[in-house]
Design a protein around this ligand. Structure first.
Ligand code: AHM
Length: 337
């Protein structure tokens, strides 16, 4: 007899999903459970911030010349280790690593998946108790199973993701993940130490009265983006911006809205990373019925050239993203008339 959906733990839920596909190997389910385990360890540490001596810089910079926080390094190690020790991942790439790590041993080479992640997005906010999170995307490898994975397995467009998700470490910890079949959210139940299904079948509302952008960069936005923001203001929409992508996009996904991190004069390619931040959220948003574009095309259609390339982001409720696209198009037509 099927269990009541609302009571399912992450493990039970992934096993229930497996039952629908008698030929499935269970590899993706165990990969998601591995990530869930790392998330619990990361949340335990993040929630001690302020008590334990874990705040502040780790004393070195990452590939993006950003100062690595101690908790970034902790989260990186936790994720890396569960995936390295598990049997469902052939290799990883992370915002905190220069290149890929190939888990080149007999068991991991048998896996069909590689994982890309941002271990602790928004970590500069930790010192002030703002929600932060882990973001991940899972890809089916291109190279043959049994051999070590390679860079080509990672440099795939986001549309090829088999699953994508995030864990938000906020007032509670919540893991949200999408496969092509839907988006589901699991809240960590402290009584049993398990993620339990709390938000089944998430859909992003198509209409909204909220927009989310760092308006401090207003002077650097292109005209079409400025026009869109003025339209939001004229409609009396509210502005919400935590400065932590996981928090801002989570709210946008659940309540509707649009999240913008446009290109700017100082950051012509945008700030957020295509492979670790934009693609996973774009995949989730689209499965939830929303849209995600770089201004001109779907983010998940972009063919990556580099593991760390940035990407302008506009994602959320479908009507708002369509209106934004129209503003950019009109501006393009005007400037080329
Ligand atoms: P981080 O990787 O240094 O944490 O930066 C990523 C964060 C995102 O979570 C957030 O959307 C963005 O940077 C905020 O940037 P800004 O402060 O420029 O508005």
């Amino acid at each position: 007899m099927p269990l009541h959906k609302k009571n399912l733990t992450l493990d039970e839920f992934t096993i229930q999903q497996l039952r629908m596909f008698p030929n499935a190997t269970g590899e993706l389910s165990s990969l998601l459970r591995d990530i869930g385990l790392a998330a619990k360890r990361i949340y335990a540490e993040v929630s001690k911030a302020g008590l334990a001596d874990i705040l502040g810089s780790a004393g070195y910079k990452n590939i993006h010349a950003e100062t690595v926080q101690q908790l970034d390094a902790f989260a990186q190690n936790q994720l890396r280790n569960v995936l390295r020790n598990g049997l469902s991942c052939a290799g990883i790439a992370s915002e905190e690593m220069d290149g890929i790590e190939v888990f080149d041993d007999v068991m991991n080479n048998k896996s069909k998946y590689v994982v890309m992640f941002d271990p602790l997005d928004g970590s500069t906010n930790i010192d002030t108790n703002t929600a932060v999170g882990t973001i991940f995307g899972v890809y089916r490898r291109k190279t043959s199973i049994g051999s070590p994975c390679a860079l080509e397995d990672f440099l795939q467009p986001g549309v090829n993701q088999v699953a994508a998700g995030y864990i938000i470490y906020g007032s509670s910890a919540m893991m949200v993940y999408a496969t092509r079949r839907g988006v589901n959210g699991f809240t960590l139940d402290p009584a049993i130490g398990e993620f339990s299904l709390s938000h089944p079948d998430i859909h992003c509302p198509s209409e909204t009265d909220t927009y989310s952008v760092n308006q401090g960069y207003w002077c650097q936005f292109e005209q079409g983006v400025q026009d869109f923001i003025v339209r939001c203001q004229q409609k009396g929409m509210s502005q919400r911006y935590a400065g932590s992508m996981v928090a801002d996009v989570h709210r946008t996904l659940i309540k509707g809205g649009i999240f913008l991190y446009p290109a700017m004069h100082s950051k012509p390619g945008g700030k957020l990373r295509l492979m670790y931040e934009c693609n996973p959220f774009a995949f989730i948003m689209e499965v939830a019925g929303g849209k995600a574009i770089n201004g001109y095309e779907r983010i998940v259609d972009i063919m990556p050239a580099d593991l760390h390339q940035p990407c302008p982001v506009f994602m959320g409720s479908s009507l708002a993203v369509s209106e934004l696209r129209l503003c950019l198009k009109n501006q393009y037509i005007l400037s080329h008339a």
